[in-house]
Design a protein around this ligand. Sequence first.
Ligand code: G3P
Length: 217
Amino acid sequence: MKIFIDTADTAELKKAFDTGLVDGCTTNPSLIAKAGRDFKEVIAEICKMTDGPVSAEVASTDYETMLKEGRVLADIAQNVVVKLPLTWDGLKTCSDLTADNIKTNVTLCFTAQQAWLAAKAGATYISPFIGRLDDLGMDGMELIAEIRALYDAHGYETEVLAASIRSAAHVKDCAIVGADVATIPPSVFNKLLYHPLTANGLDAFEKDWASTGQSIL
Ligand code: G3P
């Protein structure tokens, strides 16, 4: 499963890319607002940090304007993926951008039937929001599993990009049920590595090694 980082904070992104384990980035209007910087400038900066896919979301909701915005965003860099809402206009825009060989990420997906329509529109990625379903007492992971089964049953190539991830357990479960990508907030990405027994175990090994007075080099 690929790892994308869900942020427009370039300092946090740099730290994540430096691990060598991150494959791409996703942003949305809320993350851009939080970063407090010029949208196109941030996307261009992120695209220079990685050759991997960088999702940039349109701001309008009508077909004509989304199509224009999508083309402007795609022109920023070759690795831009145009993020579109799961509406009829969004899907129509998705079909047209796909026909122009522009990569797309259809977002705000909450049902498998929505994901099916996005695949029919030729979406490169579908973004089901796990955490927001869990927040309502529903089962976000079940949605990932349903979309996986539906896409596999019909041979759709649209990649399942699990979004709205809240915990390290979410990431692990996404990998188990077969998501192609998990887009992870920086705070959760850092938690993937940590375990107190790893940290305490390493402390003990360091102390015991020092007591031997030996050196490998
Ligand atoms: O980028 C879309 C998604 O990951 C948003 O997550 O936490 O706002 O539900 P969240």
